[in-house]
Ligand binder design. Structure first.
Ligand code: HEC
Length: 131
């Protein structure tokens, strides 16, 4: 094989590797999302409403206990998030709110589908799954 062809092939290999790495990078919310405060933190009524919304919209992927083991969640790439993992438990309410609002493939952006109030209710409910 001639030398320049080798270099081109190496380049292609490296390029697809970086793409792969990019596809798997951790999902990090912007720092200013941490400044958002949940108006319904630990609010019983919000938790009840969040539970209902969660069952209707999220269980299918995230599972009823939030472990990312819903019927459709396990087969996805990346897998649906397990809310009980330490790194997600440690996230701020604002970061979670931001992520469910913006979405990331294969998860939809919920800001167009659920009101702000409903998204905070979901954050409050997900917190109960992490206890
Ligand atoms: C189609 C399957 C699917 C549905 C339905 C879905 N999600 Fe997700 N969700 C995912 C996947 C996959 C990820 C991981 C995305 C990633 O890491 O790139 C995720 C990640 C998240 C995260 C980020 C976790 C973290 O902090 O890193 C939150 C929060 C979340 N989902 C909330 C919800 C809520 C709330 C609902 C319902 C309103 C919902 N999701 C519905 C598939 C889904």
């Amino acid at each position: 094989m001639n030398k320049s062809l080798k270099i081109i092939l190496l380049g292609i290999g490296f390029f697809s590797m970086t793409n792969l790495v990019q596809a798997q990078t951790a999902w990090v919310a912007p720092a200013d999302a941490d400044q958002l405060t949940n108006p319904f933190a630990n609010n019983e009524d919000a938790i009840k409403k969040g539970k209902k919304l969660y069952a209707q919209n999220c269980t299918i992927c995230h599972g009823d206990k939030g472990k990312g083991d819903g019927m459709a969640g396990a087969a996805l790439k990346p897998k649906a998030a397990d809310f009980t993992t330490a790194s997600i438990k440690a996230e701020s309410d604002g970061a979670m709110f931001w992520k469910m609002s913006e979405g990331r493939s294969p998860m939809a952006a919920y800001k167009g589908m659920l009101s702000e109030e409903q998204r905070w209710q979901l954050v409050s409910y997900i917190r109960t799954l992490q206890k």
